[in-house]
Write a protein that binds this ligand. Sequence first.
Ligand SMILES: Nc1ncnc2c1ncn2[C@@H]1O[C@H](COP(=O)(O)OP(=O)(O)OP(=O)(O)O)[C@@H](O)[C@H]1O
Ligand SMILES: [Mg+2]
Length: 313
Amino acid sequence: MTILSVKNLVKTYKRRKTRELLTAVDNVSMDIQNGEIFALLGPNGAGKTTTIKAICGLLLPDGGDITVMGKDVVKQRGVALHHISAVLEGNRNLYYRLTPVENIIYFCGIRGQKIKRNEVMTLLETFGIAEKANDLVQQLSRGMQQKAAIVNVLATRAEVLLLDEPTLGLDVTSAIELRKLMREIVSRHDRTILLSTHYMNLVEAVADRVAIMNNGKIVVCEKKEKLMKLFRARTYRIRLTEVSEGTMDMFSTLDPRDIHKENGFIDFTVDLRNQEVLFELVEIVRESRARIESIEQEQVNFERIFLKYINDH
Ligand SMILES: Nc1ncnc2c1ncn2[C@@H]1O[C@H](COP(=O)(O)OP(=O)(O)OP(=O)(O)O)[C@@H](O)[C@H]1O
Ligand SMILES: [Mg+2]
């Protein structure tokens, strides 16, 4: 079931000095399904935060429709936003002079939701920050603050959680813990997560689906596994022996990369877009009089997928 739907979202900003218009989000559409972790992946300035801010009603879109559980975020703001809770990037998502427990009670309170102290403690325990429950937020480390902010949105019963750059500024251990936490939130607490990030490894670790965004547009939106499979099938590492001076030049039409030469061997990687390219490769090897030592399918990492889409658009 679609829980959050974004249709043809447009948001433009006016540059302060020149009054020139900048289209930060350019006709973005996506349907997010109940119970999934959907990642918006894109470089700095792609429009991720703008999209998230429009979804949680902090920005008024210039065009398009956003609905959560069928309610329009602009026209039925009150009811729609009840289903959404967000942790924004860089913002102070919690009151620094309150404790995590007080924050949770406060934020639930303004939504008209009563939450018992022991319920709050159970949540904080689940996420390993119970011992900081009664310290002021300003005294917590960056990682703890981020966890507390996420527990805070989880405590509200909103079905859709928006997490903008949730692992920004976290050390490796905290970032890994946070990934686990996100998976738990969807499986045990029955929520849906839309997250934005520019970290490929976060996407690789947690996302069910991913939309790659660049220059305000979604350039691809696919199940993560499908994207990985697609690229795994395409990328080959080739090792040739008995090579001569000009061998590598003969392969230039295949756009080889990561070329490595050593003791009469040449290794390089090619993307085989289709069967034809494979035949072409074999043909060139034959002409070059080199010998194929090995052809192996490369493990893909998300970084390659990302760069490929970003550079092509
Ligand atoms: N308040 C604003 N006024 C003018 N331009 C803005 C404003 N906020 C964002 N922009 C511009 O809109 C574009 C998209 O910005 P946005 O913050 O949505 O990108 P992002 O994908 O979240 O980037 P990052 O990875 O750096 O967080 C950028 O070119 C940015 O400079
Ligand atoms: Mg951002």
